[in-house]
Design a protein around this ligand. Structure first.
Ligand code: NAD
Length: 307
């Protein structure tokens, strides 16, 4: 049985990944300090090491386990937090990644897979991005993730640790909290649960590429068996506006949904959509869930349908 480590395995995306890996009969160890994740999300078949990715203990865990693959998802993933505390963000996202890479080098890990973000691009004057576009982060979060990508590339070049960097679009799905990245779906669903109006920033015509968490998991899993060192988007390649999300929720919800528009947030990107041509050709991966299907599953998970 393959031994794998999932950092951040007690978080939103990590807990879905762990479930899949356990189903694939892999022997899963999780490194997570439970800062935003919770032990309750951890699959009973996985072993949880409550450790900080920056710590000597986490480094030692990787060295002792000698896993085949490390899926590195643990991060400080809150953009606002990165702006208010850039040092902490850098220490976790760049320094913590470096610590995990050092563990991989010493343990002879075959494959390092990194959860990166479309946030590395910043505010490019382009609605549809591919992996050759210039990264010009506009938050410390984007910058620390971008720095981590380069540490990974160099560990591959200098120490022969194989890697794949996956830049996720806006991920949504069951188990997401309203904090961190890509939270508009969970924010809306929490507002619905509390019978509050949905808060729309600006006119709601801004678009994002929303990718369902099960598709993200299948991309992470596909990366495990690839031996190419690539930076790849995990996206649908389709733009969905915030107003469209509201319209879909109105179809699923039998009660009235009210909305409240407030002023657009300064610095917010207007449109963001990521090409997925490269991951299709390199990993033979394609998303399975349209926004209609993924949002419906997420809705049903958050809110019991009203009969
Ligand atoms: P999450 O906050 O639910 O999960 C992060 C996990 O990492 C949590 O369980 C947390 O406890 C753990 N963690 C944080 N700091 C740690 C540290 N110093 N040591 C050990 N564990 C630590 O977030 P998520 O949405 O599941 O994100 C997972 C990854 O995907 C992150 O790397 C994030 O940057 C990336 N990502 C997420 C999205 C999105 O839309 N959710 C988009 C792009 C990229």
């Amino acid at each position: 049985m393959n031994t794998v480590v999932v950092t951040g395995g007690a978080g939103f995306i990590g807990s879905h990944l762990v479930q899949e890996l356990v189903e694939l009969k892999q022997h899963v160890h999780i490194i997570d300090n439970l800062s935003t994740g919770s032990a309750g999300k951890v699959h009973p078949a996985a072993v949880l090491h409550v450790e900080d990715i920056r710590s000597p203990a986490a480094l030692q865990t990787i060295i002792s386990l000698k896993p085949d693959t490390v899926f590195h998802l643990a991060a400080q993933a809150d953009v606002q937090q990165s702006v208010s505390n850039p040092r902490l963000d850098m220490e976790i996202n760049a320094g913590g990644t470096l610590n995990m890479l050092e563990g991989c080098r010493k343990a002879g890990v075959r494959k390092f897979i990194f959860a990166s973000t479309s946030g590395v691009y910043g505010n490019l004057d382009k609605d549809f991005l591919d992996e050759t576009d210039t990264a010009m982060p506009i938050s410390f979060y984007g910058l620390s993730k971008y720095a981590a990508e380069h540490y990974i590339r160099l560990y591959g070049q200098l120490f022969d640790v194989d890697w794949t960097v996956l830049r996720f679009a806006n991920v949504y799905g069951p188990g997401q909290t309203s904090k961190g990245e890509g939270g508009v779906v969970s924010i809306f669903l929490n507002q619905l649960l509390q019978d509050k109006p949905l808060t729309i920033n600006g006119d709601g015509e801004q678009t994002r590429d929303f990718i369902y968490v099960k598709d993200v998991v299948s991309a992470l899993s596909a990366a495990q068996s690839s031996d190419s060192r690539d930076i790849l988007h995990v996206s649908t390649g389709a733009a969905t506006s915030v107003n469209r999300l509201v319209a879909l929720l109105r179809q699923y919800h039998s009660l009235d949904i009210t909305t409240h528009n407030r002023s657009a947030r300064a610095g917010d990107i207007r449109n963001s959509c990521l090409s997925n041509d490269r991951i299709r050709s390199r990993l033979n991966w394609k998303h399975k869930f349209s926004i209609e299907e993924g949002l419906r599953e997420t809705y049903l998970h958050f809110i019991k349908p009203v009969s």
